[in-house]
Design a protein around this ligand. Sequence first.
Ligand SMILES: *[C@@H]1O[C@H](CO)[C@@H](O)[C@H](O)[C@H]1NC(C)=O
Ligand SMILES: *[C@@H]1O[C@H](CO)[C@@H](O)[C@H](O)[C@H]1NC(C)=O
Ligand SMILES: *[C@@H]1O[C@H](CO)[C@@H](O)[C@H](O)[C@H]1NC(C)=O
Ligand SMILES: *[C@@H]1O[C@H](CO)[C@@H](O)[C@H](O)[C@H]1NC(C)=O
Ligand SMILES: *[C@@H]1O[C@H](CO)[C@@H](O)[C@H](O)[C@H]1NC(C)=O
Ligand SMILES: *[C@@H]1O[C@H](CO)[C@@H](O)[C@H](O)[C@H]1NC(C)=O
Length: 509
Amino acid sequence: MAPKWSNALQRKRSRYGPLPTTEDGVYVPSHRDDPSRRRRRILYAMMLAAFTFILFFVAWTRVGESSPRPATPCDSVEEGYICEPEISHFWGQYSEFFSVPSKIDDDVPDRCEITFAQILSRHGGRDPTASKTARYSAFVSELKSNVTTFKGKYAFLNDYEYTLGADQLTTFGEQGMVNSGIKFFNRYRKLASKATPFIRSAGQDRVVQSALNWTQGFHAAKTSKHIKDSAYPYNILTLPEDIGFNNTLSHGTCDAFENGPASEIGDDATSTWQSVFTPPIKARLEKDLPGTNFSLDQIVYFMDLCPFNTVASPTGKVSPFCALFTEAEWHEYDYYETLDKWYGYGTGNPLGPTQGVGWVNELIARLTHAPVQDDTNTNRTLDADPATFPIGKKNNLFADFSHDNDMSGIFAAIGLYNNTEPLSTTEVETTHETNGFSASWTVPFAARMYVEKMKCGRGKEEFVRVIMNDRVIPLQGCGVDKYGRCELSAFVKSLGFARSGGLWSQCYA
Ligand SMILES: *[C@@H]1O[C@H](CO)[C@@H](O)[C@H](O)[C@H]1NC(C)=O
Ligand SMILES: *[C@@H]1O[C@H](CO)[C@@H](O)[C@H](O)[C@H]1NC(C)=O
Ligand SMILES: *[C@@H]1O[C@H](CO)[C@@H](O)[C@H](O)[C@H]1NC(C)=O
Ligand SMILES: *[C@@H]1O[C@H](CO)[C@@H](O)[C@H](O)[C@H]1NC(C)=O
Ligand SMILES: *[C@@H]1O[C@H](CO)[C@@H](O)[C@H](O)[C@H]1NC(C)=O
Ligand SMILES: *[C@@H]1O[C@H](CO)[C@@H](O)[C@H](O)[C@H]1NC(C)=O
């Protein structure tokens, strides 16, 4: 098997228009009065206007705290998916990308210039996987055969037909990737105006399609600034996900992780939590829907139907399934998915971080323009060839496309969430308590981690910074500064786990 080069097809899209703006009322003074009275009236009127404005502003911010934001736009380039934020940001990895709050300003600090940018991206919104879509479909028929008439907020189920596909990117998912390409170009405009990104993708169809749509957005943003882009359509190096192919964008070759005890830790954690949070939901649903008797798995399937029907809508219109569950229940669901990422693939799994080691060693090579040094899952043939792994000084823009699980291992190999305590499997923890870790904050659809290098003032050393869905993640173990950055050499030094092979020897023990 060899990796494939695919060519992006040029396709212009203009679906991303400007955000709607609100219109301000304009005060028109009367011309009848004498000048001094007129001035006084204007003064009073201005005071009144200012007072009214303050009142409105206070009311508006209060409203923003307690009730849903306007239902449109659900999707924008900068902020991501902001439809009914109370719940749509709590769908775990089935949330659509949204701009995650950051304690540290993610703007490039003054007097600094970006010299390198790498995006590691998840594919966009997709249909359920093939095995899940079969289970959801069976669940819906079972439910509909047990309940003859659905009433109230369940009434939509009378006409609902299960029509979701399997595994593929949805139209809304494609748009999320186009948006990501635009956003990336705009953030790194100075660098991106001159450079063409070097692009790799894990081999599954939806990932390659995501990469392709991302290039469309990047290219559209570039040409909209009247910059020539003769390299477009860009090459995409596709790395097969087949077992036996060393692929840093897809796990599978570490035996103990795939088949040993480590492979069960994630499932154990989620089933413990499932047995805590789903029974009250089951009781409520069975009371609402006489004739039903749900398994605990079916409660999760019922909830899954909310995000999947939402991303199946071309505009990301929130599905009526979503309203069947309370906000607190969505937090519990989000936490269920968080536990899966943490204990299944991330820092909470003894071999999770090991799966990300190969990619981190490739990152070091890219950051330092030195050959890859790795004995884990890198493909030595590909990484030794400048055509498939360029590391020259001019190569400073990279885009890699992968999956949520693989990205979770990579975050863990960098040590981004090393100061998060082991997660409870019996009580929801907020992102405040988990130090910023949750499935929806790290690996939603179209998730993106940026690793950027910057040069500042007359300082000799470049800095490295990591930004996770717009949230600056302060680096650890390398003398982090107030911007969340470390100097390049200190950052590389802090990656000792990856540089020393990160427990790979346990893969075949
Ligand atoms: C994504 O790419 C495909 C293939 O080029 C294209 O048909 C589709 O229109 C793109 N999607 C969007 C939202 O631009
Ligand atoms: C490594 O990549 C080469 C070149 O594409 C390919 O022929 C080979 O099968 C790959 N081997 C492994 C183990 O990944
Ligand atoms: C439907 O009813 C059957 C027979 O009572 C029961 O075994 C099954 O668990 C029910 N399923 C659902 C989803 O209510
Ligand atoms: C629901 O199904 C379970 C498992 O099949 C069964 O043990 C239980 O008795 C059923 N409950 C009702 C109320 O039918
Ligand atoms: C693939 O990875 C294994 C394990 O590290 C290694 O022994 C093998 O040489 C690698 N193959 C290639 C082509 O890189
Ligand atoms: C994160 O923790 C692991 C395990 O303790 C350790 O090996 C690694 O060096 C840490 N990484 C950082 C960046 O602190």
